[in-house]
Design a protein around this ligand. Structure first.
Ligand SMILES: C[S@@+](CC[C@H](N)C(=O)[O-])C[C@H]1O[C@@H](n2cnc3c(N)ncnc32)[C@H](O)[C@@H]1O
Length: 296
């Protein structure tokens, strides 16, 4: 199956995003994480004589714009690249100021469930985990070649996995017998390190850690946020929706570092989805939204 076969991704905290973006006539906006274009579509519908530039790193998803004619509008362009390269693209387009940025981090529902790239611990597919095939190392390369100590560090730092060391040890033991190439092989090894049953999946943290590491997700986020702050117009906003504590911590720290004279943090505490949204869209349950505004 491919992404085009479709699981619908419901845009998270859509009303809050539109309220806080505060779209103004003729404004320039950037959606750093196009996905299935849910947020982009709503922005375009509410945009009056402005421009929307969207980024999507996953080639399979950046082809999805064909789905809706709204994406053929001349005020919209989609760039198939890492949002970490934001500045390079803004410069190329001659853009000096942006009125609003949105980063809705992580993966979309269909990347997790439909693409066969090993993102999900619930299905069996090749252990790849690269959002973009231009990334050099896949999860298979890392799991089969990295030294035990390095694997343990990855699981601990990017997954906050307490059993990082025994898991890394078992992986190194099993990979000598047979190369680990599928997601369920890894799930089996990780699960064997846990003796008691929990209602959370035992491989959840290891999969999160590998995905973050393979795609340099935390570095990309820091880089893009610094550029977004640099290009933000007066009264412009940056909105970030994150889904785990490592991302949220980075957003909080970068916003704090810049708050004061020129920037105002709009969300002292992160906003979370209303209970009804969580009920209707389970994926939104861990969302945290932070907003910063340029004062002058
Ligand atoms: C949660 S989804 C966004 C969903 C979107 N807001 C919507 O309403 O359909 C995140 C998207 O960001 C993309 N992405 C993740 N990291 C990226 C990066 N560094 N640069 C560009 N796109 C990225 C993923 O491929 C995924 O499609």
């Amino acid at each position: 199956m491919t992404a085009a076969d479709g699981v619908i991704h419901v845009p998270v905290m859509l009303k809050e995003v539109l309220d806080h973006l505060n779209l103004k006539k003729g404004g320039i906006y950037v959606d750093g994480t196009f996905g299935q274009g849910g947020h982009s579509q709503a922005i375009l519908k509410n945009l009056e004589k402005g421009r929307l530039i969207a980024f999507e790193w996953d080639k399979e998803f950046s082809d999805l714009t064909q789905k809706d004619k709204i994406f053929f509008a001349p005020c919209f362009c989609l760039i198939n690249d890492n949002f970490a390269n934001l500045e390079e693209h803004l410069k190329k387009m001659g853009i000096q100021e942006v009125d609003g940025f949105l980063f809705d981090l992580g993966l979309s529902s269909d990347q997790l469930t439909v693409t066969e790239r090993g993102f999900s611990y619930r299905s069996d597919s090749p252990l790849d985990m690269r959002i973009s095939q231009t990334t050099k190392l896949s999860a298979t390369d890392i799991i089969n070649n990295y030294p035990e100590a390095k694997l343990a560090d990855i699981f601990y730092h990017y997954g906050e996995e307490k059993k990082a060391r025994p898991i890394a040890r078992k992986i190194c033991y099993w990979r000598k017998k047979e190369k680990i190439v599928n997601s369920q092989q890894l799930v089996g090894i990780v699960a064997s390190c846990f003796s008691h049953k929990s209602n959370k999946h035992p491989a959840r943290k290891v999969f999160q850690a590998l995905r973050i590491f393979v795609n340099s997700e935390l570095e990309n986020l820091s880089q893009a946020l610094e550029v977004a702050l640099k290009y933000l117009a007066i009264d412009g906003r940056i909105i970030v929706i994150s889904y785990h504590s490592l991302e949220d911590r980075i957003v909080k720290q970068i916003f704090r570092k810049h708050s004061g004279l020129n920037f105002q943090i709009i969300t002292k505490k992160p906003l979370t989805p209303a209970p009804q949204e969580v009920q209707e869209n389970h994926r939104s349950r861990s969302a945290k939204m932070r907003v910063i505004r340029r004062k002058e």
